[in-house]
Design a protein around this ligand. Structure first.
Ligand SMILES: Cc1cc2nc3c(=O)[nH]c(=O)nc-3n(C[C@H](O)[C@H](O)[C@H](O)COP(=O)(O)OP(=O)(O)OC[C@H]3O[C@@H](n4cnc5c(N)ncnc54)[C@H](O)[C@@H]3O)c2cc1C
Length: 154
């Protein structure tokens, strides 16, 4: 496990957008997502699903949706767009990492202890700042962008 300044949980629209802006400002971060592919939260929905927002209102910052602005993208087009977005901006997404538990103690500027339990455990830590040998410095920020639609509530 590497030390990062910011951990974003969830690589959907919200997590990728936060990642885009953090990257623009040169921050060191990682995005954790439980699914095997970016966009799977959309891919796994029912076949006939289309967005109710037209393509011209469905873009994330920095990359227009690749469809005519007045059309309503399918759920797979949305999924593929999100995946292409992460690829284009080389966003550091770790897939297949499901966060089960998240907690912290102390002020945001100086946490005394943080827990981020994930499966697989490579992104788990449970440590107190400045103690325990081999314990990485705590990330400054944990950003929850995991929505409330699916998977485990953290
Ligand atoms: C059926 C349906 C249709 C919709 N149609 C539209 C539309 O047409 N236009 C529109 O603007 N909005 C639409 N929405 C709303 C839109 O999907 C949400 O506003 C948007 O997806 C929220 O983005 P998000 O990144 O917060 O969450 P999500 O897109 O849900 O992404 C959350 C991500 O977090 C990951 N995650 C969740 N839990 C964990 C965990 N414990 N550990 C690790 N990773 C985790 C998931 O794998 C997922 O990739 C629709 C929603 C639904 C359900």
């Amino acid at each position: 496990m590497e030390h990062v300044e910011t951990v974003i949980i969830g690589g959907g629209q919200a997590g990728l957008s936060v990642g885009y802006y953090l990257q623009q400002q040169g921050h060191h971060f990682v995005i954790l997502d439980a699914h095997a592919r970016i966009g799977d939260a959309w891919r796994k929905r029912w076949d006939s699903l289309r967005l109710f927002t037209p393509a011209r209102y469905s873009s994330l910052a920095g990359m227009p949706f690749p469809a005519s602005g007045h059309t309503f993208p399918t759920k797979d087009e949305m999924a593929d767009y999100l995946e292409a977005y992460a690829t284009r901006f080389k966003l550091p997404v770790k897939l297949g990492v499901r966060v089960d538990k998240l907690s912290k103690q102390g002020a945001a500027s100086s946490w005394r202890r943080a827990t981020c339990a994930s499966r697989p455990r490579m992104w788990s830590w449970r440590c107190q700042a400045g103690n325990a040998r081999g314990c990485l410095p705590l990330p400054r920020n944990l950003i929850r962008a995991s929505s409330s639609y699916i998977l485990v509530p953290i």
